[in-house]
Design a protein around this ligand. Structure first.
Ligand code: BTN
Length: 243
């Protein structure tokens, strides 16, 4: 991962660019930009990506797996980001499956885009955004977003990126080559921001209050409803709000 890095000063979106040229790229190629003018978040949201303020990058993956196994790669990314940041001194948590949290606010998000046929994956573009130096957030997100610097963790972007590549490579190879998910799951459980807590799951218009119990072997969230029914939620199926 990261043997080949394509660097930009400015680009619309590293994910969009990576998707455009993915077929000509080697597995593990990284597109990284100092600034994105049309950074994308999940659910069609905008991702603020100002110059030099964060890490805005996309990793191109070409695993030989069936599409059903792809969502777990988002968990691998989350586990790698949290491990990398925490080894550098921060105390981040994962809000399963896509968000990284520091002091109850979001510092990082993952946007995984999959191109697949029925039985095989063509490529996966794993978009990672990390707020590193941002001090001012726009009004609509200032209550929910923060950055490493804002929380007094002054670490270098190069160190963070290098650590993420190392952590990701180990967990990804374990999964692709040996179908081994244990290390990723243990990190996701140990640093979970939601296990043991009550959350709202949002699916379309329906909103349900549930208690999070665990992340199971498939990487799905196990929750208990008010009527004490145990349910499994697949990543990508719902959006989660804390209370
Ligand atoms: C989210 O939390 O909604 C996901 C945010 C993902 C942002 C990253 S920044 C690099 C890559 N390029 C994009 O346009 N988005 C992702």
């Amino acid at each position: 991962i990261g043997n080949k890095i394509i660097h930009f000063n400015t680009i619309a979106s590293t994910n969009d660019y990576a998707k455009e040229i993915a077929s000509s790229l080697e597995e593990g190629t990284v597109i990284i930009s100092e600034e994105q003018t049309k950074g994308k978040g999940r659910l069609g949201r905008q991702w603020h990506s100002k110059i030099n303020e964060g890490i805005w990058m996309s990793i191109v993956l070409k695993p030989d797996i069936i599409p059903y196994k792809a969502p777990f790669i988002t968990l691998i990314a989350g586990a790698s980001i949290v491990s990398a940041l925490n080894k550098l001194g921060a105390n981040t948590l994962i809000k399963w499956p896509n968000d990284i949290i520091l002091n109850n606010k979001k510092i990082s998000g993952i946007l995984t885009e999959l191109s697949a046929e029925i039985e095989r994956v063509n490529h996966i573009v794993l978009g990672i955004g990390i707020n590193v130096k941002t001090m001012e957030f726009s009004q609509e997100i200032s209550d929910i977003a923060t950055s490493l610097y804002k929380e007094d963790f002054k670490m270098s972007r190069v160190d963070i990126v290098r650590n993420i590549f190392m952590e990701f490579e180990e967990l990804y190879m374990d999964y692709i080559n040996n179908n081994c998910k244990e290390k990723t799951l243990n990190i996701c459980r140990k640093y979970s921001a939601i296990i043991g807590k009550d959350i709202y799951t949002l699916k379309g218009d329906s909103k349900e209050l549930v208690r999070c119990l665990d992340i199971n072997e498939d990487g799905n969230l196990v929750v208990q409803t008010k009527d004490k029914i145990i349910k499994e939620i697949m990543s990508g199926e719902v959006s989660i709000r804390g209370i």
